[in-house]
Design a protein around this ligand. Structure first.
Ligand code: KIV
Ligand code: ZN
Length: 390
């Protein structure tokens, strides 16, 4: 199946090892990068952006080793719009079963001023570099960086040039997280409708999260016709990060009724890779982060715990097992009620009659007022008469 033949399929392009690693302080070692690439490949990520080979010897070696070890995923390397970068990128990825060169240049007025190129000079540069990349590799992705702040006519012009020069994926980055979802959908829809040759390539969306809209913008872009989402595990990335892989993948799964597109990701592997990326990058996941936060499947309030015990669908729209967790976490604290305490004690091997539960519940509440969370060991101690669990 080629990328353009299955219209319901959304390709997942993970850039944890490139854009994710660019977050200040998130540097990973060579072995850690290889491990994460292996996990991404295993979970069914379609394209892994393994790094920026020209950036350093270490990056080159990591991309090259990831390329040699890849099993199913396409392995992509990043290159700026110059021949040296592109050659170095090809050198690193050429041994992959399925290599891809990703080359980019900033096309907005602000970004055009950096290399100090006129619009025409930049257009020529795009033609030259995409053609060069295509002569090396038959899978080329091109990105107009800061596309969402690029003049409409110029954006159409350069996208058309890249397509004619042989790019098979056109990525439209919202580099500074500036776009809103309605604009994101409309931008892709219009590009596909108005740029000659657009129907023969895949449009990708690459969103940053500066205004907290990266996931919404990515899904809106898919509604507009994009068929590749660029994302990172835990939303790791520059500044406020990139679109979180776990969010777009689970949103497409859980709300398939209104977003009828599929990914190839095995969602049961999400939690494990999320934890590994948090550990190796040194970026902990916020407790209330969607899908992978410690509290994403945790319930403390009595009403919620009682509802969960009666039917998990009362307060959960996906099963913990869908993302690789063994179970819902009923957190015992001062908001918990009798039903949860009885269930928790039963799990720990204590079957209580009503009177006994009443008595233990009073002592449990006294303890919960003193502690943020009451752990299983605390409850076991509570069941031992006369023992102070603290
Ligand atoms: O955010 C961005 O524009 C990028 C490009 C290199 C695709 O990461
Ligand atoms: Zn980016």
């Amino acid at each position: 199946m080629t990328q353009t033949t299955d219209k319901d399929r959304v390709w997942i392009f993970d850039t944890t090892l490139r854009d994710g690693e660019q977050s200040p302080g998130a540097t990973m070692t060579h072995d850690e990068k290889l491990e994460i690439a292996g996990l991404l490949d295993d979970m069914g990520v379609d394209i892994i952006e393994a790094g920026f080979p020209i950036a350093s010897e270490g990056d080159f070696k990591a991309v090259s080793d990831i390329a040699k070890n890849a099993r199913n995923s396409v392995i992509c390397g990043l290159a700026r719009a110059n021949l040296t970068d592109i050659d170095r990128c090809w050198e690193a990825i050429q041994h992959a079963g399925r290599p891809r060169i990703h080359t980019f240049i900033g096309t907005s007025p602000l970004h055009r001023a950096i290399p100090n190129l006129t619009m025409d000079e930049m257009a020529d540069r795009i033609h030259e570099t995409v053609t060069h990349a295509r002569n090396l590799c038959d899978n080329v992705q091109w990105s107009p960086m800061d596309a969402t702040r690029t003049e409409w006519d110029y954006l159409c012009r350069v996208v058309e040039i890249a397509i004619k020069a042989g790019a098979s994926t056109i990525n439209i980055p919202d580099t500074v997280g500036y776009t809103a979802p309605v604009e994101s959908a409309e931008l892709i829809r219009r590009l596909i409708a108005e740029v000659p040759g657009a129907e023969d390539v895949i449009f990708a969306t690459h969103c940053h999260n500066d205004l907290g809209m990266a996931t919404a913008n990515s899904l809106a872009a898919v509604a507009g016709g994009a068929r590749q989402i660029e994302c990172t595990i835990n939303g790791l990335g520059e500044r406020a990060g990139n679109t979180a892989l776990e969010e777009v993948v689970m949103a497409l799964k859980v709300r398939h009724d209104i977003m009828p597109w599929r990914t190839g990701v095995d969602t049961t592997k999400i939690m494990n890779i999320s934890r590994r990326v948090a550990t190796v990058s040194g970026f902990p996941v916020q407790f209330n982060k969607a899908i992978v936060g410690k509290n994403a499947f945790a319930h403390e309030s009595g009403i919620h715990q009682d509802g969960m015990l009666k039917n998990p669908e009362n307060f959960e729209i996906m099963r913990p097992s869908d993302v690789g967790l063994s179970d819902t976490n009923l957190v015992m604290g001062k908001h918990s009620g009798r039903a949860a305490l009885r269930a928790k004690l039963s799990d720990l091997g204590f079957e209580l009659g009503d009177n006994q539960l009443k008595d233990v519940f009073v002592r449990f509440k006294e303890l919960a007022d003193r502690k943020k969370e009451v752990y299983d060991d605390d409850l076991v101690a509570l069941m031992r008469v006369g023992e102070d669990p603290e």
